[in-house]
Write a new protein. Structure first.
Length: 269
């Protein structure tokens, strides 16, 4: 998703792409340059606050940072609950706060959340813990991991992913006023099931069933989500901030309670 979005944004702007792995960065930058994109690269670990601060210091040295599209994240099959919470949760706070420190009027941050982050009304959202992400990051992680550990072991990583992506939605809404005082926008976009390596990795955990039950009945393509991300990051939607855009192929609109229960049983099995 990030690469496809960089390709679109890079049609009119120089882009800086970051990743934890240098080899992945090299492949992505070569792909972008072949598409005519002027690109810089930097290795960055979003779970490490100092690494993120270095990223934005480097970005600022190149000129005004017009927009940030934050796509880094881990899915349930990729890591244990603590690492998911550090990357998806703390990583979002690190990126947001570092960007806010250098942002100027007209800039924008777009965080990638997930349709999984749209919790049902009966789920008690731990907003009290969410508020610790900036002031007490280690307590933020430990308290949310402890909550995940109340679930059966096979469900913990999935629950960590769901909570972490709900946090992304919450953070993007909660920090809108602080960003707004500087004339800066912040929002989140929640993809459903998309045809990426990460998306296919979660096929048996529910992504495949979610795509099948969606109104469109298929996985989305990276080009389809990239268009949304690039538009949100552009100057065109200048009054769009503090909200989440759900891009799930109509899954939430088409699925019934029976479908949701069937998916839950599938994941548990």
């Amino acid at each position: 998703m990030g690469l496809a979005t960089a390709r679109l944004i890079g049609r009119t702007q120089r882009v800086l792409i970051a990743d934890l792995r240098a080899d992945a960065l090299e492949r992505a930058s070569e792909d972008l340059r072949l598409s005519g994109v002027e690109v810089e690269t930097l290795v960055c670990d979003v779970a490490d606050r100092s690494s993120v601060e270095q990223l934005f210091a480097s970005a600022g040295s190149l000129g005004k940072v017009q927009s940030v599209v934050h796509t880094a994240g881990l899915s349930p099959s990729m890591a244990a609950p603590e690492m998911i919470m550090r990357v998806n949760g703390l990583g979002t706070a690190h990126v947001g706060e570092a960007f806010l420190s250098i942002a100027s009027p007209g800039s924008c941050l777009v965080n990638v959340a997930s349709s999984a982050g749209h919790l049902p009304p009966i789920f008690p959202v731990p907003t009290g813990t969410y508020k610790l992400a900036i002031a007490s990051p280690e307590r933020f992680v430990s308290k949310l991991v402890a909550r995940c550990n109340l679930a059966p072991e096979r469900l913990r990583s999935g629950l960590a992913y769901t909570i972490s992506k709900n946090f992304v939605i919450w953070y993007s809404r909660q920090r809108a006023a602080a960003f707004g005082t500087k004339g800066v926008r912040i929002m989140s976009v929640s993809p459903g099931s998309f045809d990426t390596a990460m998306g296919r990795l979660e096929d048996v955990r529910g992504a495949g069933a979610l795509a099948a039950h969606a109104a469109l009945g298929r996985y989305g393509s990276v080009e389809e989500i990239a268009v949304v991300l690039a538009f949100c990051a552009s100057e065109q939607p200048g009054y769009l901030t503090g909200t989440d855009i759900l891009v799930d192929g109509g899954a939430a609109a088409a699925m019934t309670i029976r479908d949701m229960l069937a998916m839950t049983r599938q994941v548990k099995s």
